[in-house]
Design a protein around this ligand. Sequence first.
Ligand code: SAM
Length: 231
Amino acid sequence: MKKKLSVNKWSFDNMPESYDSHLRRSIPLYQESQFFISKISSYFIKDENINYEIGCANGTIIGSLAKEYKNFSNTQFVGIDLSKKLIIEAKKRYKNIKNLNFYSSNASHYKFKKCNLAIIHYVLQFMTDEEKKMLIKSVYNKLIKSGAMIVFEKTLMEDSYSQDIFSGIYNDFKFDNEYSPEEVIKKSLSLRSVMRSSTSENNIELFKSVGFKSVYKFFKWGPFEGYLCVK
Ligand SMILES: C[S@@+](CC[C@H](N)C(=O)[O-])C[C@H]1O[C@@H](n2cnc3c(N)ncnc32)[C@H](O)[C@@H]1O
């Protein structure tokens, strides 16, 4: 009788290691994407309205922006995440930062308020097409004119040949970061029913379909992409 691998559904509530270490070891150029988020945000954060991070996990990105703009008294920073556990952690980490709030919610049903900026860093890929569309549309509707949405996504490559090459290279990245082959396989099994990546072309089409006039793809590492969408 063949031995069967036991499969657990992927959950951000139940990670086998600390959240920060997981992101650093699993997302290529994580520091660099934070650099771009911080620098691009400085063109859109004004002393007014709200700046959101959607799928903020334990709050690293929105927390660091809120600290950077602590002297802006009329703007608020808001992090939203599906995971109650991560939101509790985020609230604890940033309890002394006055201009920052966290809410646990499915972002595609969240009632957004008038905002200047929305950051969505590797989150849409966990949503169905309907949820992605609902979310992007409600963000667009609440952004001020000339406000921005910054999105990072792990995409599907344009054909099966490049998908094969870059999946292999991404596995090499994880091995280099000291994940064992068994850990890599277990994670990919647990993500099978959870990941809903789109191609770069479909992502850009989605952003344009809700009304974003300017969509700039400014970041690319194999299938990992970053887009700046301006209303
Ligand atoms: C790969 S993590 C990225 C976290 C964070 N943006 C960062 O880069 O540090 C994806 C996050 O999206 C959250 N998420 C997934 N689906 C969501 C949804 N429908 N609404 C809100 N958050 C969601 C997960 O709970 C998880 O914390």
